[in-house]
Design a protein around this ligand. Sequence first.
Ligand code: BES
Ligand code: ZN
Length: 481
Amino acid sequence: MKIGLLGSSVLAVLLVAVLVAGGCVGPLGGSTPPTPEPTATPTVAATATFAPAASPTPTFTVTATPIPTPAPSLTPRPSPSPTASVTPTPLPTVTPVPSGQRALQHVRHLAETIGSRPAGTPQERDAANYIEAQFRSYGYSVTRQGFSFPYFVDRGSSLQVTGPQQEELHPLTMGLSAAGGVEAPLAAAGLARPQDLPREGLRGRIALIQRGEITFDEKVAAVASAGAAGAVIYNNAPGNFRGRLGQIVSIPVVSVSQEEGGRLLELLGKGPVTVRVSVDATSQDRRGENVIATRPGTRPETVIFGAHYDSVEAGPGANDNASGAAAVLELARTAPAGPLTLRFIAFSAEELGLLGSRHYVSTLSQQERQQIVAMVSLDMVGVGDRMRFGGSQQLVQTALAIAREQGSEALALEGSAAGASDHASFISAGIPGILFFYTVGNDIDPRYHSAQDRVSFVDATDIEKMVRLGLTLAARLADGR
Ligand code: BES
Ligand code: ZN
């Protein structure tokens, strides 16, 4: 994919996100209600100055530890010899340096030993366990923040006119539709606003609904509570669309094209019509877990380094995003103690719509949101030759300057990376966020989201450079630069 195309892919992404929210109702897929725009950047991000990095964090000693070491392995302090009468001198603290090779071992474990890690699966859980064990081995205590999400598997749907004569239509299943088949008389329900519903109700009917004006959820809730046994939503622009409800519903719901909607209305104009709608799908509540490690600073201002550790089903997700998770582990291991609070988060369920990071942000108080001076999402940092940064302008400018100083070729992401990774969940809440990734020339890694996204294509040096850049960015934010 060309970088220039990311804009359109991101648009598609945003569209999906809007569809998920059930709000995609405008004639061109515009949305109501609109996604709230990021509000002003908290002033602390722009103006805070911080204590010099010299003040050590007394409670935290990082020592270099070999990996993989699942068990905590902080070097024990030597017990004073029985005859010693003086206070033992503390161990010299080794400041570890980022290692691409260590990062690559994490990538190997996540993408090869565990393999594909779709959200809510036992493999994703194994990955969470591994990441937690690594954080612990660096001396962190770890929190796992669980959340549930509806998981939908669509095996297809069908829609036939069964009376007055047989006719086969071409529906798509609405995400989170109920499964099952129902045959019943069709009834036009307009846009399914209260004033659109037939006065006699919809008991034992299948509702024919036009897309637009209100959300899919509102439409389906309205016809279901009027007694409908199923719903067919037709597009308000040419062609069909792939839509998704915001929650699991109790009746089968499918979408059809504007043309097929018109055909059904035409038949209804002539007399009673019976249809059969059938959905083959399963909806389950699944659980994801964000894995969180915090290094308290002397000040409450916080920098978050995050990476999603789930993958798509199609492949092992070595670059997308074992690479980012590995980078976050290396950041956690090597970040020197300083005034800023540093938080390292491995996010679950990014591939299903940034679910883990959205959940995390939703649990923050207003004060906690204002304390976050930057959220850095490392996503696809293992393949390519050009660093790319997208997100909050000031952070992007700082990252570009650091990259230049460190001799890396770097560019701002053209257009907007708005919806593409977990930083977007923070930006939507008014928190400064930035996405770190690489392109191969101008192209996004062509293997991402495929079975070819393998460890052999991941470059240890790429990850190491991003880790160094992250460390420098945190240091600069601590200096208020
Ligand atoms: N790693 C991708 C996002 C990405 C793509 C980053 C290209 C850098 C370069 C991410 O895991 C992803 O696939 N995101 C989805 C959107 C998300 C909201 C489900 C995407 O881009 O399609
Ligand atoms: Zn990703």
